[in-house]
Design a protein around this ligand. Structure first.
Ligand SMILES: NC(=O)c1ccc[n+]([C@@H]2O[C@H](COP(=O)([O-])OP(=O)(O)OC[C@H]3O[C@@H](n4cnc5c(N)ncnc54)[C@H](OP(=O)(O)O)[C@@H]3O)[C@@H](O)[C@H]2O)c1
Length: 277
């Protein structure tokens, strides 16, 4: 498995597994769990979840999927902005730990910025780290101005990642946020790397992928995986699809292929507000 290095020096898989909407439907539950387990077998040992997903149901499903295998997993979860206070974050983290049936979260993220001052959230996250409840902390959906505000705050320089909407059809971060993070060696965790499945259905993109011997999902993921500091976390609820998606790791795009994709999905021509889903 390709890996990405966190600022601490720890390496994590570049290909993780998303879980939004998992655990919502009893009919698909067994296959969702089987897919997450197959992912562990195949080296996708980073699992991304959040207290928000299904009001905790996704975390409970993850607990079931990783039962007996916790030591193999790099577990990522997120605190809702309105819980991200000095006391609220501690309570939210405790509940996540209970649902996840574990004593520690490997990476705990502020899900997006709300009204709680960043300094207070950092205080809570650093306290959770000191208490051993979380091993690393980070942020999600924070734009350049938020990152610039966060940096001088106590604990701000300790963020391990910024989890952002990033895929071929959402390239806005390439203008200024991605370079800023890169200068500080903070990896991007690219969420919705398949644009929630919409990229796969794009006819021109599908034709590009076919022409180059890939499926559209493989091409979309290979394009992101070409970066040494980008972690992809596609959500996949079917084993066959997971195997297909992992095929992306076998394709490194050529300069000509990348140029073709730049024509299909142009990079930003100027600053753009951060997009999120
Ligand atoms: N921090 C944030 O604010 C934030 C926001 C959004 C997402 N996330 C995280 O990022 C993860 C991934 O993002 P996402 O779930 O929004 O979208 P995504 O990973 O871009 O797309 C998931 C969709 O693509 C489908 N899919 C997967 N592999 C496919 C393939 N080979 N061919 C066709 N379709 C395929 C999935 O179907 P099946 O499920 O049926 O396989 C699912 O409907 C989330 O699950 C979550 O963990 C974080």
């Amino acid at each position: 498995m390709k890996s990405v290095t966190l600022p601490s020096g720890e390496q994590v898989p570049a290909f993780g597994q998303g879980t939004w909407y998992m655990g919502d439907d009893r009919a698909t539950r067994a296959e969702e769990i089987a897919t997450l387990r197959l992912g562990l077998d195949l080296g996708c040992t980073l699992i991304d979840t959040a207290e928000m997903y299904g009001d905790g149901r996704a975390e409970e499903l993850v607990a079931e999927a990783i039962a007996g295998r916790r030591h193999e997993v790099f577990l990522v979860s997120k605190v809702l902005p309105h819980h991200a206070t000095r006391r609220g974050a501690v309570a939210a983290c405790e509940k996540s730990l209970q649902r996840l049936k574990t004593d520690r979260i490997d990476l705990y993220l502020l899900h997006w910025r709300g009204n709680v001052p960043l300094a207070e959230t950092m205080e809570a996250l650093t306290a959770l780290a000191r208490a051993g409840k979380i091993r690393h902390y980070g942020v999600s959906n924070l734009d350049l101005t938020d990152m610039q505000e966060l940096w001088p705050v106590a604990g701000g320089e300790g963020v391990a990642v910024n989890q952002l909407l990033y895929n071929l059809s959402r390239r806005g971060i390439e203008w200024d946020l991605l370079p800023w993070l890169r200068e500080r060696r903070i990896p991007v965790m690219a969420y919705s790397p398949l644009e929630q499945g919409r990229l796969v259905k794009n006819a021109k993109f599908a034709a590009f992928a076919r022409r180059h011997g890939m499926t559209p999902a493989q091409a979309a993921l290979a394009w992101l995986l070409a970066n040494d500091d980008v972690i992809v976390i596609p959500k996949c609820a079917r084993r066959e699809r997971l195997k297909e998606n992992l095929g992306a790791l076998a394709h490194s795009l050529t300069a000509a292929q990348r140029a073709e994709l730049d024509r299909l999905f142009p990079p930003p021509a100027g600053p753009c507000p951060l997009e999120m889903l």
